[in-house]
Design a protein around this ligand. Sequence first.
Ligand SMILES: [Zn+2]
Length: 197
Amino acid sequence: MKFCQHCAGPVSHVIPQGDDRQRHYCPACDVVFYQNPRNVVGAVPVSEDGRVLLCKRGIEPRHGKWTLPAGFMENGESTHAGAVRETMEEAGARIELGDSTLYTLFNLPQINQVYLLFRANILEANLGFTEETLETKLCAESAVPWDEIAFPVVRITLERYFRDREKQHFPVRMFDVTRNGRELDVRLISSSAPEAN
Ligand SMILES: [Zn+2]
């Protein structure tokens, strides 16, 4: 951020009184601009026959790669309502969270994002495309394009989902994901049930 959102004047960096880090500040408006992490909310939408709905991305980043429906949470919205909305927008599917619930939470401190993914039942899916998606499809585990998954958080969630489903037990898990050069470091921080592996 170089210019003020209000007056378009140049912003400077200051540590406001009582704060402990540098913020963008417009001296003309006397306004501090805080920047905080953003929540990405999404779903693992599952059909009655147990297949998972995946979307082929029609937008950057990772155009042409496959993902679960997810996107930035809006103001005035709850996390789970955001997951339902994003699934309609990106996958054209109506879902219910029902007794399903929060499934995976990912902290991505290096890109200032938090991912919250919910398990969901598909009520109605119009397979095809949307404004953001080239193609949607329902995938059994063997049909998941594992080498073409857009984001590590999606791959980790899908791997966990198919493993958990064998036991019909879906603990809520929180991960920290960081990148060191090309190395991805994924740490399981907590789980609502003891981990067998
Ligand atoms: Zn200003």
